[in-house]
Design a protein around this ligand. Structure first.
Ligand code: ITT
Length: 195
């Protein structure tokens, strides 16, 4: 079994990775560790930045040996918002403290006639403790609901209806989300790459 440091402070991602990658022993990013950089313009840049910065920090301060570092950069890309909030998904409407309010704000930005097509994108960067980092990606196409619905998942899940379904990720059970989500697909690619 691989010991993998998970370079993320997002509790929703942590829960999903524990379910999606039961073959790994995941080591959480410690509370005392620094914020990880994500200054790039693309998901791939940010995922690599986070994985490489976390690996450097762990080599100096880590409390146990790990085989590699995993970082996730992801977001919701809405066609009618020119792909936004995209890489800025975690920083959308920072004045609003809850995703309940952020989701309502995002929906309010779309005129009634707007194209509601959207996709979730996830890029995973894996940095072995020795060797070159690499990335894998996953995406899921869908559309935006007219109102937030459901309590499952996290973030923008209550407003995203994956293609082929009539309910949001906030309403669908976790197993259904994992089978078709951006993160689920990226995890399949990661496991294949590491096999
Ligand atoms: P870390 O960098 O610490 O991992 P973060 O939340 O800042 O946490 P990102 O910069 O990758 O991570 O931002 C991703 C945002 O996109 C996340 O905060 C959610 O708002 C949204 N997001 C990503 N995946 C999602 C999912 O499966 N369901 C709902 N929202 C998601």
């Amino acid at each position: 079994m691989l010991n993998v440091l998970l370079a993320s402070r997002n509790a929703g991602k942590l829960r999903e990775f524990a379910e999606l990658l039961p073959v790994f022993r995941l080591v959480p990013w410690p509370a005392e560790a620094p914020e990880l950089p994500e200054t790039g313009a693309f998901f791939q840049d940010n995922a690599l930045q986070k994985a490489e910065a976390a690996r450097t920090w762990w080599l100096a301060h880590g409390t146990e040996p790990v085989d590699g570092v995993l970082a996730d950069d992801s977001g919701l890309c809405v066609d009618a918002l020119w792909g936004g909030p995209g890489v800025l998904s975690a920083r959308f409407a920072p004045e609003l403290p809850s995703y309940h309010d952020k989701n309502r704000r995002l929906l309010a930005m779309l005129p009634d006639s707007a194209d509601r097509c959207a996709r979730f994108v996830c890029v995973l960067a894996f940095a072995p403790m020795q060797g070159e980092p690499f990335t894998v990606a996953g995406a899921v196409e869908g559309s935006l609901a007219s109102d937030p619905c459901g309590e499952h998942g996290f973030g923008y899940d209550p407003i995203f209806i994956p293609d082929g379904h009539d309910h949001t990720f906030g309403e669908l059970p976790a197993e259904v989300k994992h089978a078709l989500s951006h993160r689920g697909r990226a995890c399949v690619a990661l496991r294949e790459r590491l096999a």
